[in-house]
Write a protein that binds this ligand. Structure first.
Ligand SMILES: [Zn+2]
Length: 66
């Protein structure tokens, strides 16, 4: 069984979700009535955020090896 929010393996403590976070997301969707909106799967540990600060845009590529 997998988490209906992000698709990860379900955690017994939070099933049918994988974590407290996904359980909260699901609850929030129900409360806001947006649960039926598809295509909103969230990547784990990647909270939605606004555009990065201007001074960050000019930095070197993130995946540049060190
Ligand atoms: Zn999840």
């Amino acid at each position: 069984m997998t988490c209906p929010i992000c698709g990860k393996t379900t955690d017994a403590d939070y099933r049918p979700f994988c974590s407290r976070r996904c359980a909260d997301i699901d609850l929030g969707r129900w409360l806001t009535g947006s649960y039926v909106i598809p295509g909103e799967a969230l990547e784990e540990d990647e909270p939605a955020r606004p555009d990065p600060p201007a001074d960050e845009a000019g930095e070197a590529p993130r995946r540049k090896p060190h």
